[in-house]
Design a protein around this ligand. Structure first.
Ligand SMILES: [Zn+2]
Length: 404
C-alpha cells in the first residue's frame, strides 16, 4: 500500500470511531446533526451507519416535530444504539469485595452480584474468576454470543489498552497476562484495566460526564488515585503508572506506606486504610471514644462506623478526618496546579458527609494557585458499590466501538 493509501485507511478508521462515539454519547441524534457536529458529510455518516443498522446494533426512530409554518408534523429520523443488541460483563476486583455487573450496550445494569472474595494471590484469583464469571453469566440468562466480553477493573499498574499488568499489590500478578489466561479458560474475550482508569472510562461512556477537558477523576477509597482524560485520551504514562497520586509524598518522614514502601505517601495519610489505622489507635488509647459504642473490637472497625462516629460529633474521629482531608486537599491542589483541569470528579465514601466535601474543597483552595480556584468544577459522586464493576463493562464497550 502506498503511504497515501495507508493515510486514507487511517482516516476512515478515525472517522468511524468518531461517528460511533458521537452517536453513542449523543443518541438519539440525526445523521445531519452528526455530520454537522463532526464536520463530515452525510454520505460519510451514512457509509458508517448502514452496516451498523444492518447488524441491528444501531436502530432508527422516527419523531414528529410540529412545523410552525405549515402546522403539519415534520418527520425526523433519529439514530440510536440498540441497547439489547449486545451486553458487557464488568468485574470489580477489590480489597473489600468482588462485584459483578452485566450491562446492556448503553450501560444500563441488567444484573449484579456481590461476593465477599477479595483480590488475592494470582492463581487463587484466576481460579475464582474462571468459576464465578461463567456462573454469573449463566444466572443472567443472556445468550453468550450477545456478550461482548468481560472487563476486569482492579488496582495496580495496568495498561488495559495493551492487556499488560506491570504489577499489583498482591502476590504473583507482576508481568502476568490474566486477560489471556481467563479468556482461554472461559471462552469469552477478557480485558483488564486499572480500576480508577476504568471509572474514568465509565464516566465518559456511560455517564456522559466528560464535557470539558482535562477531566480528572479522584478516587479515595482503600487507596487513592486520580486518573485523567486529556485531549480525548485516557492517560497511561510510560509504565501505566500515570495518576497514582496515592504514592505522591506529601509529608517528609511521614507514616510508612505498605503499598509502595515509601514514607509520607498520600495513601498512608488520607486513604481509608490510613483513617482506619488511626481510629484503631485511638480506640486503644481512649476508652471514652464513641467508636467503642459502634464497634466492640478495633479489628472490626469499618469506614462506615468511622463516618457514623464523626457524624455523631466524636472529636477524636473528627480530628482524624480533618488531618486526612488536609493532606488530600494539598494533593488535590497539586493536581489542579499541574493539569489545570476543567472538571474534577471526586468519588469516595468519606464524602457521604457534606462537611467532608466542604472541608476538602476549602483545604484544596487554600493550597491552589489563585488563578485556578474559580475555574475548576468539582463534583462529588454519590457512593455506588457497583460503579467499579459497571466501569469494567464500559471498558469492554468502548473497546468494541473502537475496534468492532
Ligand atoms: Zn505509597
Amino acid at each position: 500500500m502506498t503511504e497515501k493509501g495507508i493515510n486514507q485507511f487511517d482516516q476512515k478508521q478515525q472517522n468511524t470511531w468518531l461517528v460511533k462515539k458521537h452517536l453513542y454519547l449523543n443518541s438519539p441524534i440525526s445523521r445531519v446533526e452528526i455530520a454537522h457536529n463532526l464536520g463530515l458529510t452525510t454520505p460519510v455518516i451514512t457509509g458508517i451507519i448502514t452496516p451498523l443498522l444492518a447488524e441491528g446494533v444501531v436502530r432508527e426512530r422516527e419523531t414528529r416535530e410540529a412545523d410552525s409554518s405549515t402546522g403539519a408534523g415534520r418527520r425526523r429520523v433519529m439514530l440510536e444504539f440498540n441497547p439489547e443488541s449486545h451486553y458487557a460483563c464488568g468485574v470489580d476486583l477489590g480489597p473489600y469485595y468482588t462485584n459483578y455487573v452485566l450491562t446492556d450496550l448503553c450501560g444500563k445494569p441488567v444484573a449484579q452480584r456481590q461476593t465477599s472474595r477479595t483480590l488475592d494471590e494470582y492463581g487463587t484469583t484466576i481460579q475464582q474468576l474462571s468459576r464465578q464469571i461463567p456462573d454469573f453469566l449463566a444466572e443472567c440468562g443472556v445468550a453468550q454470543e450477545k456478550v461482548l466480553g468481560v472487563g476486569i477493573a482492579m488496582p495496580g499498574l495496568i495498561n488495559g489498552s495493551e492487556g499488560k499488568v506491570y504489577t499489583t499489590f498482591k502476590e504473583g500478578w507482576t508481568q502476568r497476562d490474566p486477560a489471556a489466561e481467563l479468556q482461554q479458560r472461559i471462552g469469552i474475550p477478557v480485558m483488564v484495566e486499572n480500576n480508577v482508569r476504568a471509572k474514568v472510562i465509565g464516566a465518559e461512556m456511560f455517564d456522559r460526564m466528560v464535557h470539558a477537558q482535562p477531566f480528572a477523576y479522584l478516587s479515595v477509597f482503600y487507596g487513592i488515585a486520580c486518573q485523567m482524560i486529556i485531549d480525548n485520551k485516557v492517560l497511561y504514562g510510560s509504565s501505566a503508572a500515570a495518576g497514582e497520586i496515592g504514592h505522591m509524598v506529601v509529608q517528609r518522614g511521614g507514616p510508612f506506606c505498605v503499598t509502595c514502601g515509601n514514607r509520607g505517601c498520600l495513601e498512608a495519610l488520607s486513604g481509608e486504610r490510613a483513617v482506619l489505622t488511626r481510629c484503631r489507635e485511638i480506640m486503644a488509647l481512649e476508652p471514652g471514644c464513641l467508636l467503642w459504642k459502634l464497634c466492640s473490637a478495633p479489628e472490626d472497625l469499618t469506614i462506615d462506623m468511622v463516618l457514623q462516629a464523626q457524624n455523631l460529633g466524636d472529636d477524636y474521629v473528627g480530628d482524624v478526618m480533618q488531618d486526612a482531608l488536609d493532606y488530600l486537599g494539598i494533593a488535590l491542589a497539586n493536581v489542579v496546579n499541574l493539569l489545570s483541569p476543567s472538571m474534577v470528579v471526586i468519588d469516595g465514601r468519606m464524602f457521604a458527609l457534606q462537611r467532608n466535601q466542604n472541608y476538602l474543597l476549602r483545604a484544596a483552595e487554600r493550597n491552589m494557585f489563585r488563578v485556578q480556584a474559580h475555574k475548576v468544577q468539582f463534583t462529588f459522586l454519590p457512593y455506588d458499590p457497583y460503579r467499579g464493576a459497571r466501569a469494567g463493562a464500559a471498558v469492554v464497550i468502548k473497546h468494541y466501538l473502537h475496534e468492532g
